[in-house]
Write a protein that binds this ligand. Structure first.
Ligand code: ZN
Length: 90
């Protein structure tokens, strides 16, 4: 058993992707408003550098959309798993 007990690494890129058990040093990074941020690919970095503020704005919006879709899907799954023909009214 030569395996080291390595803690799984996880980090999120500015564009909203989450990488696990991956070393962040292999991903492109940049400074933005005093913070070191990471991007998933060089193409993503290029898009960020072209206009950082627009990039952040776009990805913030897509985060909201994703969160809303996730909530709707969870709501539907909830309806299916606890199907009750009598509608609740409150
Ligand atoms: Zn990206």
């Amino acid at each position: 058993m030569s395996d080291e007990t390595r803690k799984p690494k996880a980090f999120a890129t500015l564009c909203g992707r989450i990488f696990r058990e991956t070393d962040p040093q292999y991903f492109p990074s940049a400074m933005h408003r005093g913070k070191n941020i990471r991007l998933c690919t060089d193409a993503c970095l290029g898009a960020f550098l072209a206009d950082p503020d627009i990039f952040c704005k776009v990805h913030r919006n897509s985060d909201k959309t994703a969160a809303r879709m996730k909530a709707e899907i969870e709501h539907l799954i909830g309806l299916w798993s606890t199907y009750d023909p009598t509608p609740k009214s409150d």
